[in-house]
Design a protein around this ligand. Structure first.
Ligand code: ADP
Ligand code: MG
Ligand code: MG
Length: 878
């Protein structure tokens, strides 16, 4: 038998999402549960993959199967496709494995042409509805399948409304709709040079193709990269019998959640529009009514809907996001899925579901996406400042958080300004999927139209970006790049602040304050800690960072970059004196000046970390980074140092390197100038002794030698460290242990890790440099060409953001094994950017590292990711 590519809704179930996509699998599941679902069939994701294999063609075999299932569908529905007597019309809906809101496009009312529309008008006795459906179909088909501009169609409608002197679509009558159909068709012909396709079967196949094609559109590719959805998954296509929410005042369409997706509150939450179809609710064209209004408008429908919603939530054991349509008083379910939610809602729902006995703690831990926590960790408005600030307007609190930035009016401007280093708030009439790249970089999003389930709101919540939507009082002038609100005119570049938790809008910059982990968040993180095996440390260069990391639960410092301490105003001079010194004597003198500062910093770090391990990395960057580059600075600094400008130029020239990344840096500095390592050792050990003497904490210093590639160079530097450290400890008379370890960040170190471990007491994988050196491209320059690699699907994600498990990961795994072979109790961690990236954390768990170390704000994310990795592993074994 040939391969099966098409499934009736009655043939599938919720566990078939890989094949049927999320939407298809859930439509099947609802069908199985006897819920009112318009019937149809799903063309599988395998058909999508096949389409690409066949050079973007649907092959004959699959086409034949689609038509065969259309026949089966006609039987089930008791109507014939596009039959002028009583037409079966269909929607063509995309549905990938993971939901990709707004990324793929849906076509409604497919099957209409000049003959069928007359039949529909007669059969329903509602010509206005028939022609409204027809003009919508032409619009959607032209946009999605033929890639004509959506905007032009809207302009034609606006023109028509202006001619009639009306405001709302609902004020257009049958004749107007007919006229729109004609204008649309004329426009189509003008643009395409041919008539709008009238054969319903051709319409259907073209639509299916368009969905497959849309899997590869730029918006989808951006969304996938952001969400780590693999390109080769493909999308399924659902062909479903149409039900009509636009067939009169007993009809409508809506979207609802079983719990509030912004707060997590347990109550049906949603919106609907009477006499409307499909995307009308989310497109933000008309402002919808709250779902509670439905209880008054159509109590029976509401009761049935509430019952189904409750059943779905119990069945899926999670908050559901549902789409429904009412046709002449009869309810139809069009979609259900686990709803997207804010981080605050995700926590509350996870904790509530545990308390309601629906799921256990482990399951709850798996329910919250680690990346999402970010939204809870970032600043909120300073309460005092907000009280004093003047609210100039209010919209819907669509996605919580606080945002402050300069106003821009287009996604392109948002991107451009962001690249210049500006913080922006994107102000739009409404957003659409084309705006995605601008929305990603904006601090916040403010829209004039649209409800809680508008595109802007849904996408912003997904990204954890603050959003205020539907502020109708705003009058935007895109041309002049300004808007008015509350009697004020705000121009592009002016500061505004918006509060996504209250909906308030302010015409000023408002300072923000840090968040804390308490309440549901604290309880939830407690569960995460219970199940994880990896320790989570933080990268911290200052006591402030250390305290932040500690308050977010860090169990140590995995990386303290000492050079950052040298840049401070008071110390940089001594550092420069050290660099320009032409003999050891003078170098030592300069270093002596720096030593007390370093020691003080280390003491503060030890105190902030309350006795947890603190790993101090010795000087790493090339020395030229500490010297000026601008002529006027060179003059000033030469004066300051008491040397001639010519001499300073000489030093700068002598430090010039063609490739500083691979130059005189890391432990190479300590090999050339051991006195630097001596000074840093003295500072570390003295600080530890002082803090230990105070009696509260017993400190074990961790000294980390960077950029080692050969065991002998490590031994050389270690000998310098040990000589000084042992001497100071002996003199102090207290009993103190210390460890000397290294970073594994040069491929040669990974390859010879067994030898390196003879000297190193711990390894910390510096995966930033390790990635640079393994790929052979620099982190600072790769951005310029990586886009071409994404476009051509050579790399799917940035190897500096998500660890490259195949290559870099192989080195990590190998080095870990070699290290343990030499020194079974060797302590292994990671301190590159990857330490806070959830997929990379999972990788670290799987290769058996002891800890990950990441920036303070990613500590809770790493804690959760580590717990999820442990639970997943346990479940996979069971
Ligand atoms: P998205 O994935 O963007 O939500 P959908 O495939 O869910 O796209 O379609 C968008 C909307 O179109 C649905 O919410 C629903 O209102 C409408 N729709 C889709 N299929 C049908 C149908 N068979 N009958 C009536 N309305 C439909
Ligand atoms: Mg859509
Ligand atoms: Mg949908």
């Amino acid at each position: 038998m040939s391969h099966k590519y098409v499934y009736l809704f009655s043939e599938g179930n919720k566990d078939m999402r890989e094949l049927l996509g999320g939407k298809g699998a859930n439509l099947a599941e609802m069908t199985k549960a006897g819920m009112p679902v318009p019937q149809g069939f799903t063309v599988s994701t395998e058909a999508c993959t096949q389409y690409y294999k066949d050079g973007r063609q649907i092959n004959d075999e699959i086409q034949a199967e689609i038509y065969e299932y259309l026949g089966k569908m006609e039987e089930i529905c008791g109507k014939k496709f596009a039959d002028p007597e009583n037409p079966l019309l269909v929607s063509v809906r995309s549905g990938a494995r993971a939901s990709m809101p707004g990324m793929m496009d849906t076509i409604l009312n497919l099957g209409l042409n000049d003959v069928v529309v007359e039949g529909l008008a007669k059969f329903t006795n509602n010509p206005r509805f028939a022609y409204d459906s027809y003009r919508r179909f032409i619009q959607m088909f032209s946009d999605v399948v033929m890639e004509l501009s959506k905007k032009r169609f809207e302009e034609i409608i606006d023109q028509k409304k202006a001619e009639k002197g009306v405001k709302l679509d609902t004020e257009l009558d049958t004749e107007d709709m007919k006229d729109l159909v004609n204008r649309f068709k004329a426009f189509y012909k003008e643009e395409k040079g041919e008539d709008f396709p009238t054969d319903p079967k051709v319409q259907l196949m073209e639509a299916v193709k368009a969905v497959f094609r849309s899997w590869d559109n730029p918006r989808a590719n951006v969304y996938r990269r952001m969400n780590e959805i693999p390109y080769d998954w493909g999308t399924a296509v659902n062909v479903q019998a149409m039900v009509f929410g636009n067939s009169g005042d007993k009809s409508g369409t809506g979207v609802a959640f079983t719990r509030n997706p912004a707060t997590g509150e347990k109550a049906l939450f949603g919106e609907y529009l009477i006499n409307a179809q499909g995307e009308d609710v989310v497109a933000g064209v008309r402002t919808p009514s709250p779902i509670s209004q439905l209880q008054q408008d159509m109590p029976e429908v509401y009761a049935q809907f509430a019952e189904i919603a409750g059943r779905l939530e119990k069945h899926y054991k999670d908050m559901q996001d549902m789409e429904f349509t009412i046709e002449n008083g009869k309810l139809y379910m069009l979609q259900t899925r686990n709803g997207k939610r804010t981080a605050a809602a995700a926590l509350k729902i996870a904790v509530d579901l545990v308390d309601e006995g629906m799921i256990d703690e482990e399951e709850a831990v798996l329910r919250v996406e680690p990346k999402q926590l970010d939204a809870l960790l970032h600043p909120q408005f300073d309460a005092e400042a907000v009280k004093k600030a003047k609210v100039i307007g209010k919209g819907l609190a669509a996605s919580p958080g606080a945002a402050c930035g300069k106003v821009v009016f287009s996604a392109e401007d948002a991107k451009e300004w962001h690249e210049r280093g500006e913080k922006v708030v994107l102000v739009r009439l409404e957003t659409s999927p084309e705006d995605i790249e601008g929305m990603v970089v904006a601090e916040g999003i403010l829209t004039v139209r649209g409800g809680m389930t508008s595109h802007a709101a849904v996408v912003a919540r997904g990204m954890g970006t603050c959003c205020v939507s539907g502020c109708g009082e705003i009058v935007v002038d895109y041309e002049k790049k300004q808007f008015t609100l509350g009697g004020l005119t705000i121009k592009e570049g002016d500061y505004i602040s918006i509060d996504g938790s209250t909906g308030n809008i302010y015409a000023q910059a408002i300072p923000t304050v840090a968040a804390s982990i308490s309440g549901d968040f604290g309880r939830f993180m407690g569960w995460a800690d219970k199940y994880r095996k990896l320790e989570v440390w933080t990268n911290a260069d200052t006591p402030r960072d250390a305290k932040q990391g500690r308050s977010f639960g860090a169990q140590g410092i995995g990386l303290c970059r000492t050079e950052h301490m040298f840049f401070e105003e008071t110390r940089i001079k001594a550092m420069r004196e050290m660099i320009v010194a032409d003999n050891t004597e003078d170098r030592k003198k300069a270093l002596d000046k720096i030593m007390p500062y370093q020691q003080g910093d280390f003491e503060a770090l030890y105190e902030a970390m309350e006795g947890c391990p603190v790993t101090i990395r010795f000087l790493d960057p090339p020395l030229h980074e500490f010297l000026p580059t601008k002529e006027e600075d060179i003059k000033e600094i030469a004066d300051e140092l008491g040397i001639t400008v010519a001499r300073l130029h000489e030093v700068i020239a002598s430090l010039h390197e063609f490739n500083p990344m691979m130059g005189h840096r890391g432990c190479r500095l300590a090999v050339s100038y051991p006195e630097i390592a001596e000074m840093q050792t003295t500072a570390v050990i003295n600080a530890a002794i002082n803090v230990t003497k105070k009696g509260q904490y017993k400190i074990t210093p961790h000294i980390m030698i960077p950029l080692v590639g050969e065991v002998k160079e490590l031994k050389f530097v270690k000998d310098v460290v040990v000589a000084i450290a042992d001497k100071i400890i002996k003199e102090s008379g207290i009993d103190m242990k210390y460890e000397v370890g290294t970073m594994i960040e040069i491929p040669r170190a990974a390859l010879t890790a067994d030898e390196i471990a003879t000297e190193a007491e711990f390894f910390s994988f510096g995966t930033n440099d390790l990635t640079q050196m393994t790929f052979g491209f620099s982190r600072d320059d790769a951005g310029k060409f990586l886009d071409y690699y994404y476009e051509n699907k050579i790399y799917e994600s940035d190897p500096f953001a998500h660890i490259d498990q195949k290559g870099v990961g192989k080195l990590v795994k190998m080095a870990a094994e070699l290290g343990r072979k030499t020194r079974p109790d060797i302590h292994l961690g990671i301190c590159g950017e990857h330490g806070g990236d959830p997929t990379s954390v999972e990788f670290c768990h799987n290769v058996g590292l002891n800890y990950v170390s990441c920036s303070p704000f990613r500590v809770p994310i790493a804690r959760l990711a580590a717990a999820q990795a442990a639970i997943k592993e346990k479940r996979a074994k069971a």
